[in-house]
Design a protein around this ligand. Structure first.
Ligand code: NAP
Length: 257
């Protein structure tokens, strides 16, 4: 079975390509660096020729409102058109848990457009909505930093390791299309402010995390459960502390001399 991973060089894409190849699948890791561009359509016809499954794990290089909307709308239309022409049987796309509750942000409005285009197309699909990746936690702190303070709401938060996201997508890509949305999350539930405090402490980052119920998440007002996956969602295995201790061991400046 030939599987095309569009965005195959990214954080999730590169892990997914490796897992699929380890499983014996024929995989094309498609991205602009290999001459495949979902925004312009360049290289898509060749890449998709003979493919049974296409997995979209791309991300927009710019998160500015108009740019991110153009990216997800145009890329998704192109992918679905070229997949239709190549008779691809299963379109798998990665989205974000809570997308419809986060549309105060242009990024999530664009993800919702992506999801709706997929649902309206004639191609069988599986939309996988994941919670935030552990690898993304520091970006949340960076976005919410003013001076030396990181202001965050104590919303419930259930992030997961990128590796577990890739494993879940591998399983779904090798199964029949669900023609629906599947949510996945991490094995533990935290308060957002508390988790960021733990992450920054482990990184010896001197910023102070301030708990503020009125603070926003990426500029979005969130309530206690906005970021949580549905009850009963399949959960990744990797625990945050285990991931964090492994991740900090890779950072030479955090090791004793
Ligand atoms: N961050 C989170 O916590 C989170 C949570 C849930 C879901 N998600 C979703 O997960 C998805 C993947 O995220 P990620 O962090 O793995 O992304 P990433 O590391 O930024 O990788 C993005 C990939 O998209 C490719 N790409 C960019 N422009 C392209 C184009 N015009 N044509 C084809 N490929 C293009 C990149 O190729 P190059 O390497 O050549 O640039 C790269 O392979 C996103 O859609 C995001 O919404 C994220």
């Amino acid at each position: 079975m030939k599987i095309v991973v569009i965005g195959g060089t990214g954080l999730i894409g590169s892990k997914l390509v490796k897992k699929l190849r380890e499983h014996g699948q024929e995989v094309v890791a498609a991205s602009p660096s290999s001459g495949v561009n979902s925004l312009t359509g360049e290289g898509l016809a060749d890449a998709l020729k003979g493919a049974s499954v296409a997995v979209d794990v791309t991300n927009s290089p710019s998160w500015e409102d108009a740019a991110v909307l153009k990216f997800f709308e145009t890329s998704t239309r192109n992918l679905l058109n070229y997949e239709g022409a190549a008779a691809v049987g299963h379109h798998v796309a990665l989205s974000v848990v809570g997308t419809e509750r986060l549309i105060e942000s242009g990024f999530f409005r664009a993800k919702l457009v992506q999801e709706n285009l997929i649902k309206a197309s004639s191609i069988s699909y599986s939309i996988v909505r994941a919670t935030q990746f552990f690898e993304f936690v520091k970006n949340i702190a960076d976005f919410s930093t003013e001076g030396n303070k990181v202001r965050l709401p104590p919303a419930l938060f259930q992030p997961m390791a990128a590796d577990d996201v890739a494993s879940a997508i591998r399983r779904i890509a090798l199964s029949s299309p669900v023609n629906d949305t599947v949510e996945i999350g991490g094995p533990e539930r935290f308060r957002l402010d508390e988790l960021i405090r733990r992450d920054l402490a482990a990184l010896k980052d001197p910023r102070e995390v301030v708990s503020d119920p009125h603070a926003r998440y990426f500029g979005i007002a969130v309530s206690e459960r906005t970021l949580l996956p549905k009850d009963g969602a399949p959960l990744g295995e990797t625990r945050f502390e285990d991931w964090l201790s492994h991740a900090t061991k890779q950072l030479p400046h955090l090791q004793p001399a």
